[in-house]
Write a protein that binds this ligand. Structure first.
Ligand code: HEC
Length: 133
């Protein structure tokens, strides 16, 4: 009984928060709705700071960056062939934000290419490309 009440309270809270977000972020479109009601309820405190930080990169430029910096280990178009894992379907393992975090601070043997030679916008672009594979 107690847990049912908690669930109902969470739902009411969640929809209140959602309704508030929908009004303030409706102009941002897909990004705002993509995270869904569960993460809204759980991470409502994080949302205002997280949203503006997620700038979608340009996957076309990302493809160029990828060719120059990543294909030796991950293969052409991330299909594999080097010492790095295949990046096809990477979206299922790491979302866009997690891909950026990884590329900025990877585990060895993947080299750290940020902040040099890759700038933040290069990282965003190549992450957008990787997410499209
Ligand atoms: C020297 C080889 C090397 C280069 C160059 C390299 N990587 Fe990697 N990368 C790796 C290895 C090895 C791993 C797996 C590391 C692990 O899982 O501990 C990896 C893992 C990754 C992952 C995470 C895969 C997963 O399991 O979710 C991503 C995303 C990634 N690389 C993207 C890139 C991008 C983008 C570039 C170019 C900017 C790049 N890598 C350049 C070797 C490399």
């Amino acid at each position: 009984m107690k847990s049912l009440l908690t669930v109902v309270a969470a739902c009411v809270l969640g929809s209140l928060i959602l309704a508030g977000c929908a009004k303030t972020t409706s102009s941002e479109g897909a990004n705002a709705s993509a995270s869904g009601p569960i993460s809204d309820a759980d991470n409502s405190g994080l949302k205002p700071t997280a949203a503006p930080a997620v700038v979608m990169g340009d996957p076309k430029h990302g493809a160029v960056i990828f060719k120059q910096n990543c294909t030796t280990c991950h293969g052409a178009a991330g299909a594999g062939g080097g010492i790095g894992p295949v990046l096809k379907g990477e979206k299922q393992r790491k979302n866009y934000a997690a891909a950026i975090v990884w590329i900025e601070n990877p585990q060895p043997p993947m080299p750290k290419l940020y902040p040099s030679p890759l700038s933040l916008s290069d990282v965003q672009d190549v992450a957008a490309y990787v997410e499209s594979l």
